[in-house]
Design a protein around this ligand. Structure first.
Ligand code: NAD
Length: 337
């Protein structure tokens, strides 16, 4: 049984904590929070042992009537693996604590790639994390692109990928983010950081990316063009992508015309928090022009990295191979719409 601690219990951390409790080979040691906000209170309601991330704040939790199990270093000490889901840059500050307590750590996509031994995507490079001490689960967008590009590369070869990412301005809970009435080239410079980030998983892949930000909170949308090294039909590509467990091909018959209906569908399907762990590829959009593949896909930024974190725990501890881990994670979470 792997004992897993979660440091940083926000958008990603709370989802990974829930996912860990569903794994037959893992137990949740607890979660660490900096303050006794609504998420801390949720952790208590779920009976997750709560640890303070800042020792001097013990009183703050006491005043809010929240009992603590201890401090974050105590949590890390008793964990076989710690998942750091703190805001970007804080993971780097925490690295020395994980090292001093000799606990392998998973970081999130907001950290720099050079912080870690390897960046990680379960379908793309699972075995690269074997036995590593510091692993970065790549960002929501890079996770989505890695899942899509891996089978294309394996089956047809990728000459070059070009992707425009229409990015949500912020998550639903991020009230300070925007824009609220604008369409931004973001970043304005080309390529955006996403292409180089994909190269942390596939060093040799030729990819250019452009980013935009729009007033939306639901999902990201990718406009994808991949020049393949061969020329399959659109039907061939559809069949290939349909076989991928973390790609959901949105059929025309569902009449899902955007991210709003995708999220509505996930809620109707009983998904926790309306999460959509899969890339959502519109089946009708899959088109071939000579060697050029075109498609649209939507990525739920708050949740697509959750199964990847679960798989990364098994990858670093070498307790399952990629296929075993992906199958267990998919089955326990209910992945596959
Ligand atoms: P978040 O702000 O929702 O959650 C971070 C949590 O960490 C908060 O609860 C915060 O209070 C807590 N925290 C702050 N400082 C801390 C500290 N020193 N010790 C312990 N906890 C601390 O952020 P998030 O969206 O969950 O992002 C976390 C990481 O995941 C970032 O690297 C981000 O880039 C990455 N990520 C985010 C998304 C997304 O869309 N939200 C998607 C993929 C990856």
């Amino acid at each position: 049984m792997l004992t897993v601690g979660i440091n940083g219990y926000g958008t990603i951390g709370k989802r990974v904590a829930d996912a860990v409790t569903q794994q037959p080979d893992m137990e949740l040691a607890g979660v660490a929070k900096t303050r006794p906000n609504f998420e801390a209170q949720t952790a208590v309601r779920k009976d997750y042992p709560l640890y303070t991330a800042v020792e001097e704040r013990v009183e703050l939790f006491e005043e809010a009537g929240i009992g603590l199990a201890g401090t974050v270093s105590e949590l890390v000490e008793q964990s076989d693996v710690v998942v750091d889901a703190c805001p970007s840059g804080i993971g780097a500050d925490n690295k020395s604590m994980y090292e001093s307590l000799d606990t392998p750590a998973l970081y999130q996509g907001g950290e720099d790639a050079d912080l870690v031994d390897t960046s990680f995507n379960a379908r793309g490079n699972y075995s690269a994390a074997a036995g590593a001490s510091h692993v970065r689960v790549v960002s929501c967008n890079t996770t989505g692109l890695s899942r899509l590009l891996t089978p294309l590369q394996e089956q047809y070869g990728v000459e070059k990928a070009r992707v425009t990412l229409v990015r949500r301005g912020g998550d639903p809970g991020q009230t300070s983010r925007g824009p609220i009435n604008d369409i931004l080239p973001n970043p304005i410079t080309v390529p955006s950081h996403h292409g180089p980030d994909v190269n942390t998983v596939f060093p040799d892949l030729d990819i250019d990316t452009l980013g935009m930000k729009v007033p939306a909170t639901l999902m990201h949308l990718h406009s994808v063009n991949v020049t393949l090294e061969s020329s399959p039909t659109a039907a061939d590509v559809r069949d290939l992508l349909r076989e991928e467990s973390r790609l959901f091909l949105v059929p025309e018959s569902m009449a899902i015309d955007g991210a709003g209906k995708l999220k509505e569908f996930a809620h109707d399907a009983g998904r926790p928090r309306g999460d959509v762990w899969e890339n959502c590829v519109w089946e009708e959009s899959i088109s071939m022009e000579d060697n050029d593949l075109y498609l649209f896909e939507a990525i739920h930024q708050e949740s697509d990295v959750v199964p990847e974190n679960v798989d990364a725990i098994r990858a670093v501890t070498e307790t399952a191979d990629a296929n075993e881990s992906i199958a267990t994670t998919n089955e326990t979470l209910g992945i596959g719409l």
